[in-house]
Design a binder for this molecule. Structure first.
Ligand code: ADP
Ligand code: MG
Ligand code: MG
Length: 880
């Protein structure tokens, strides 16, 4: 297969090829070239070559260097310069680029092709000695770092020495003479670190650089980033075969004060505002902006420096957005007043910006409503649902200083000074804020564990800012008043000291850092967010319900757009202090009469709960699941608590211990629970059904439209449902008669499908069910045979070894568990054509699972209140 694709004026071979083949960077370089934007020419080595490199025992495939040589010749002809020329050499950058962008994960080498002789030549040809040696020192540094793994620190020490000698602080102030000395010093660092001289053969440099880019694909930090992203449900990143390599002719932003380099977004990635958002540095090359070497200036001020270049950049913004119909994240360089585009890709943005940009682009006629619905990643809506600080608390807050508002949100936590510490304390359940001078790719594990990130240097496009934004995590960057002492684990802000024990609050929306805990509040759901939701509702065909056990949750979910409750877990109501005593008394009772007496005391509580929930969900269905967990969960296990309980109930502690032991099961989740409880103790079912019916009658009397659906859990055979359905119907009739209720109650009776056997025999089960609701948590547990509560021990290894692509408890296993769902639906509806079928459990809020549910023909999904908007959007995306 073809291994190298050229882009330039001569030809653009990569145009319209797959991103998977050329990587995002390579494909977009070809695309920008083809729409006439000023892009330095070059060529892309495919991701397949990277795959081959690994399959080949980390060796470049045969013939690759020949293909590369041919492309180099084309490049030489196009630019009228020669690679390896002594006088006016063609220099290139070697850049990585996978199909999914991984910020800062892979390494780039600039100015490749220089050596001792050609640096002289370059100096003469450009009449700019300072520039030539600046380029050379960068090459030795980057090549040493990327290809040979030399510590950046050793180079830095050498640089500091030279700066001291010339009594300057900025890189740009070092004169040509100093940079010449620096190159010698760098070569010494290189020799000391590698035992070899810095290679003088450009083709050799090129080959090793290509191998190094391939090598960086499997660097720890790259693997780590991919793992974290996969765990977040990014399945695309797990399927990549490797990175492409882009070899591109250099353009120079370091030729003097008429040159520079910059990065930016065509719209504000924080707010979505249609305003170019970026930074630039004069007389700088490549990574200087991102690495925070000097403080860059905002692009809004670029016009003062170079009006024409700024104007051209703004025109390019338009061209790019019209072409891609998307907000772009770009890199550009200005060489002696001439603007070049070096990269473009879809810009990362948080959910708030995503919603605004989508709505604005509809208004601007760039995209349609449907595009807008499809474009906003459903899970990113969480950013719109993020808490913010309470204005009153915010006004009263003790503001310490202000940094850049790098990624919005409100974060409150204790200080952590290393990524490792952040991770460890997160695992112990602590909310921490990671404080770093600046973050690097090595910090990603800690960044993902922290509730917020604070850095003291670095700009709006620094590593911390980019990663945090991608994750929707609150980040304040470049807060230069924060003096960090990593060793002592303290920060000092304007004379005030804080330690790892202190709590601070970060406002990612304003960039402010505040002392102590500032109170937060729930978000508002209006404006563009509401508009997008209206569009989503227009296109989705599935209903969206919520899992809620209290009127408060029900109300919140309704405000988020829930159209009913898909799962109301009754046992949660039993744990409150005034109730648990009765359920414990019931469990202790030996005789049915005593059990009934205890249950009678629970009845008013249940009735009241249901009334509240029915009222909050008036006019919408509420699926109430009858008692599900094994009884021993309601008993205390510690001796002290058992003693307390004994005193409360007036029995001997030994009795409690005995009962608790008697209820002990080896596999409680496969034990005496769910419908099995109702078979043994029908009085529990009777009490619950009575409470539901009485609550419905009370609602009816108040003209509240209650629509209960009684759900019997853990059914595996039709007989279970037949017997229990009879019991439920009997109890309904009895209660209605006792209450002398004349009106009409519309109560459905159905079952949770969560045991594989229920799926296999769904045609039998359906005879006794008015509805099915797939309980995919248990169904996954029982299909895989993974104990839900114990997967922590092995699942991370399974994901790492790709035995399972993602956690099957987070995203439904469509190939395995999915077949059971499909079968359950088909068999159920073969008996009852209109059987109502839904899903409850964690999967109901996961976009990929929602897409599956849509294909499986489910009537609705049910998820936690906060995921309802996500589910609405995901359901629309599934339908489109
Ligand atoms: P990353 O993926 O880390 O951004 P890039 O390959 O995009 O790495 O390059 C790093 C920096 O070097 C960027 O600022 C980019 O614009 C710059 N750069 C890359 N290639 C060239 C080139 N041919 N000429 C000038 N600058 C370049
Ligand atoms: Mg880049
Ligand atoms: Mg279950």
């Amino acid at each position: 297969a073809k291994m190298v694709y050229y882009f330039g004026q001569t030809k653009t071979e990569g145009k319209g090829k797959a991103k998977a083949l050329l990587g995002g960077k390579g494909l977009n370089l070809a695309e920008m070239t083809s729409i006439g934007l000023p892009v330095p020419p070059g060529f892309t080595i495919t991701t397949e070559v990277c795959d081959g490199y690994y399959k080949n025992g980390e060796k470049l495939p045969a013939g690759l260097m020949d293909e590369i040589q041919k492309a180099v010749v084309t490049l030489e002809e196009e630019l009228d310069k020669k690679f390896g020329d002594d006088d006016n050499p063609l220099l290139v950058s070697v850049r990585s680029g996978a199909a999914v962008s991984m910020p800062g994960m892979m390494n780039t080498i600039l100015n490749l092709g220089l050596n001792d002789v050609s640096t002289e030549g370059l100096a003469k040809a450009t009449k700019n000695e300072r520039f030539a040696y600046d380029a050379y020192r960068r090459l030795i540094n980057m090549y040493g770092d990327v290809v040979k793994g030399l510590a950046h620190h050793d180079f830095e020490v050498a640089f500091d020495k030279v700066k001291k000698k010339y009594k300057v602080t900025e890189d740009t102030e070092v004169p040509a003479e100093g940079l010449k000395e620096l190159c010698e010093a760098y070569k010494a660092v290189y020799k000391k670190g590698t035992g070899e001289d810095f290679p003088q053969d450009p083709v050799f440099q090129l080959q090793l650089a290509v191998e190094a880019v391939f090598g960086s694909w499997n660097a720890d930090r790259a693997i780590s980033y991919r793992r974290i992203e996969s765990a977040k449900g990014n399945t695309e990143i797990g399927n990549l075969i490797g990175t492409a390599v882009n070899v591109q002719a250099m353009v120079y932003g370091n030729m003097g004060d008429d040159s520079g380099t910059g990065v930016g977004f065509t719209r504000d990635p924080n707010t979505g505002q249609n305003k170019f958002y970026g930074e630039f540095l004069i007389n700088a090359q490549g990574e200087d902006v991102v690495a925070g070497i000097r403080t860059p200036s905002p692009v809004s001020e670029m016009g003062k420096w170079d009006k024409a270049a700024h104007k051209e950049l703004m025109e390019i913004k338009k061209t790019l957005e019209t072409h891609y119909k998307e907000m772009q994240d770009i890199e550009f360089t200005i060489e002696k007043g001439k603007l070049f585009m070096l990269q473009t890709r879809t810009g990362k943005r948080n959910g708030i910006a995503a919603v605004k940009i989508a709505c604005d682009m509809v208004k601007e006629g760039l995209i349609t409503e449907k595009d807008a619905v499809l474009r906003v990643p459903a899970s990113d809506l969480t950013h719109c649902l993020l808490p913010s600080f309470k204005p009153t608390a915010r006004n009263a807050a003790d503001v310490l200083c202000r940094g850049l508002n790098a990624s919005p949100g409100a974060a409150v936590g204790k200080l952590a000074f290393t990524a490792h510490d952040a991770r460890e304390r997160f695992e112990l359940g602590e909310n921490v804020i990671l404080v770093r001078r600046e973050t690097s790719p090595e910090d990603v594990e800690g960044m993902s564990a922290a509730v917020g990130i604070l850095t003291s240097t670095g700009g709006a496009t620094s590593h911390a800012a980019v990663v945090a934004r991608g994750w929707g995590k609150c980040c304040v960057a470049g807060a230069s008043d924060v003096e960090i002492n990593e060793k002592a684990k303290t920060i000092v802000v304007n004379g005030r000291k804080f330690t790892a024990k202190d709590t601070i609050s970060l406002d990612g929306t304003t960039g402010e850092v505040m002392a102590g805990e500032v109170e937060t509040q729930e978000p508002k759901l209006s404006g563009d967010f509401a508009k997008l939701m209206v569009w989503a509702d227009k296109y989705r065909t599935m209903g969206i319900r919520t899992n809620a056990d209290s009127p408060a949750d029900a109300k919140r979910a309704r405000a988020f757009g829930a159209e009913g409750i898909g799962l109301c877990r009754t046992e949660h109501m039993f744990f409150e202090a005034d109730r648990i005593i009765h359920i414990r008394a019931m469990i202790l009772a030996d005789a049915e009469d005593d059990r009934r007496a205890a249950l009678k005391k629970l009845l008013p509580f249940q009735r009241k709960d249901f009334e509240g929930i029915f009222k909050a969900m008036a006019g919408c269905p509420v699926t109430v699941r009858l008692l599900d967990p094994p009884l021993h969960e309601f008993l205390p296990h510690e001796a002290a608590a058992q003693k307390e309980m004994a005193a409360e109930l007036g029995v001997k502690p030994a009795e409690i211990k005995k009962r608790s032991e008697a209820l002990h099961e080896s596999n409680p989740m496969l034990g005496h629970r769910g419908c099995r409880l109702s078979v043994t103790y029908p009085e529990i079912l009777e009490m619950q059904v009575q409470a539901i019916v009485e609550a419905s009658i009370n609602c009816a009397k108040k003209k509240i439209d209650a629509q209960p659906e009684i759900m019997i859990p853990l059914v595996g055979t039709a007989a279970e449902l037949r017997i229990l359905r009879e019991k439920v119907e009997e109890t309904i009739a009895k209660t209605v008669a006792a209450k002398k209720f004349e009106g009409k109650l519309n109560i459905l009776i159905g079952t949770m499908i969560e045991i594989p056997r229920a799926c296999l025999t769904a045609n039998e089960v359906a005879e006794y069910a008015d509805f099915f609701s797939f309980g995919t948590n248990d169904l996954t547990q029982m299909t895989f045979g993974y104990s839900r509560d114990d997967v922590g021990g092995f699942l991370p290894d399974y994901i790492e070894h790709k035995i399972v692509p993602v956690d099957p408890f987070q995203s439904l296993d469509q190939t395995g568990v999915g077949q059971l769902v499909d079968m359950g639906v088909a068999k159920g509806r073969s008996v009852k054509g209109k059987l109502k079928v839904g899903i409850c459990g964690e999967h109901g809020g996961d976009p990929a699972s929602i897409d599956f549910c849509n294909r499986a023909g489910l009537d609705y999904v049910s998820c936690s209140p906060f995921r309802v908007p996500i589910a609405r959007l995901a359901a629309a995306q599934a339908a489109l």
